[in-house]
Design a protein around this ligand. Structure first.
Ligand SMILES: *Cc1c(COP(=O)(O)O)cnc(C)c1O
Length: 514
């Protein structure tokens, strides 16, 4: 029969698939190769390298040398290649298809960025090399810092934070240092209900109590409730703009003024900068500190625990409290200030070395290849794409807040009411359609949230295909085909996993079966 795109397919109906017929001897399903753990296929004696025994060396570990073997499994080189290639094929990736995770900005990683980051003068240097030998690398850091400050309209920047959450920590530590300097011991940080989990987590880690600000019916911060919560004990507000419902907080300047009036600081969570880059400068909105997820807005790779980078721009008020190190430029060239000078207000150092160099280079390459007009197009196209998805699906799914939206669109599970299909089941069925599910159950302000962020990377053709899949699933749900959802995913290497058990009781150590 023909599938929805008119292509020939053998699969008639997923739920009629005889699942047992997949029980091949090898565990492989055609081109989809099964793969065992490295401990099951490798052993401690096997290795892909052949090194000579070292003779006459002096042990300087002072008696703490490991006596027993470390027990790591090894493989030969061809086995290693196969092992990781097979594993990589079980993974969903931005290079395979649309990755609709809302809030995460999973966009294409341009290959020019990869090429530049691999230039030996940038890839093969060491952070402890003499500064005179890494002038180009320092200049690249300085240039990126310059453009991040220019794009945000902020006077200062800390380049070392290694993720958005790390940037939040940096921002709040700068705020705490500023308050300490004023001799004030404020104890509360305000965060809207829709905040990303890292916001309250960061505030708590910094020793603050978090007070939650409710949202209005339209998905914005409730300005009146916010003003009521403000007082002399409030250190800061952490606000995401555009917010996690995909909406621009129109009251943002009034919010900034109100927070400043009581002597507090405005931390902006900049994870959604993708929607406004080249269009709006957060510095013009009264922001005191904002992290920029280079791995979101500036396309550096992320996911699977890979490295991100979260530089933090700072206002005039917070600039003196920025952490070391930072790059300075004089007639002698570029240099890193590694240590706090006497009398410095810097809150100290957050991390070894200077930040994620490879990410810095990729982000700079992204900026330079786009230019100012291209960066503004990033924001325009990401917003256009999200609104296209929202408008296309508004009659099928339930839109949480009336549009237009910014770079992501929020649906909730009301369209599944009475169908007997849970939000989670719907997400699992998307895997059979060949898509990573959108962000599920976040933000918490609506029931059964489904947050879709297509990003500017997607063509209309790819959006139409995605929309077609979702429409198909919605139609099946409304027609009562519950089995298509309750048993999903049918086509993934593993079906339903007990995710709660895995999170609560993770098995982190492989032990040889008896
Ligand atoms: C991604 C994200 C963060 C955290 O950033 P990481 O780089 O993952 O640490 C914080 N807030 C929002 C709104 C985000 O989307």
């Amino acid at each position: 029969m023909l599938n929805k795109q008119g292509r020939q397919t053998d699969i008639v109906n997923l739920t009629e698939l005889p699942q047992d017929s997949f029980a091949t001897h090898s565990g492989n399903r055609g081109l989809e190769q099964d793969e065992l753990l490295i401990y099951e296929i490798g052993d401690t004696e096997r290795t892909g390298v052949d090194l000579e025994e070292v003779e006459n060396f002096e042990n300087r570990l002072g008696g703490i040398t490991r006596e027993d073997k470390i027990g790591l499994a090894g493989l030969s080189e061809p086995e290693t290649m196969r092992h990781y290639t097979r594993l990589s094929r079980m993974n969903y990736a931005i290079d395979m298809g649309l990755y609709p995770l809302g809030s995460c900005t999973m966009k294409h990683n341009p290959r020019i960025n990869e090429k530049v980051a691999r230039l030996p003068g940038l890839a093969d240097i060491h952070p402890l090399q003499p500064m005179s030998t890494v002038q180009g690398a320092l200049e690249a850091m300085d240039k990126l810092a310059h453009w991040l400050k220019t794009l945000t309209g902020m006077p200062a920047i800390a380049m070392s934070p290694k993720a958005g959450a790390h940037g939040e920590l940096c921002g709040l530590m700068a705020i705490r240092a500023a308050l300490d300097k004023r001799g004030e011991n404020r104890s509360i940080v305000l965060a809207p209900e829709s905040a990303h989990g890292t916001n309250p987590a960061t505030a708590t880690l910094c020793g603050y109590k978090v007070k939650s600000i409710p949202a209005t019916e339209n998905g914005h911060v409730d300005l009146e409730a916010l003003k009521e919560a403000l007082g002399p004990d409030v250190a800061a507000i952490m606000l995401t703009n555009p917010n996690t419902c995909g909406l621009f907080e129109r009251d943002v300047i009034e919010i900034a003024d109100a927070v400043h009036d009581i002597g507090g600081y405005f931390y902006c969570d900049g994870a959604n900068f993708n929607a406004i880059v080249g269009k709006v400068r957060p510095g013009d909105l009264g922001v005191d500190a904002m992290h920029i997820n280079l791995h979101k807005t500036f396309s550096t790779p992320h996911g699977g625990g890979g490295p991100g980078a979260g530089p933090v721009v700072l206002s005039e008020a917070l600039a003196p409290f920025a952490p070391v190190p930072y790059v300075v430029h004089s007639k002698q060239g570029f240099a890193l200030v590694e240590h706090m000078e006497d009398g410095s207000d810097s809150f100290g150092r957050m991390t070894a070395f200077h930040g994620q160099m490879g990410m810095n280079i990729r982000a700079l390459a992204f900026m330079m290849s786009h230019g100012s007009d291209g960066l503004a197009r990033v924001a325009e196209d990401s917003v256009l794409n999200a609104n296209y998805v929202m408008a296309s699906l508004q009659d099928d799914m339930t839109v949480s807040y009336p549009g237009p939206c910014m770079h992501e669109c929020l649906f909730d599970d009301r369209f599944l009411n009475g169908s007997g299909i849970a939000t989670l089941d719907f997400a699992k069925a998307m895997i059979d359609e060949g898509y990573h599910p959108m962000t599920m159950y976040f933000p918490l302000v609506v029931h059964g949230a489904m947050l879709i962020e297509p990003t500017e990377s997607e063509s209309k053709q790819s959006l139409d295909q995605f929309i077609g899949s979702l429409r198909h699933l919605v139609a099946e749900a409304k027609a009562g085909n519950t089995e298509l959802f309750s048993g999903a995913p049918y086509l993934a290497p593993l079906r339903r996993l007990d995710e709660t058990l895995a999170a609560r009781k993770p098995v982190l150590r492989w032990t040889k079966p008896e």
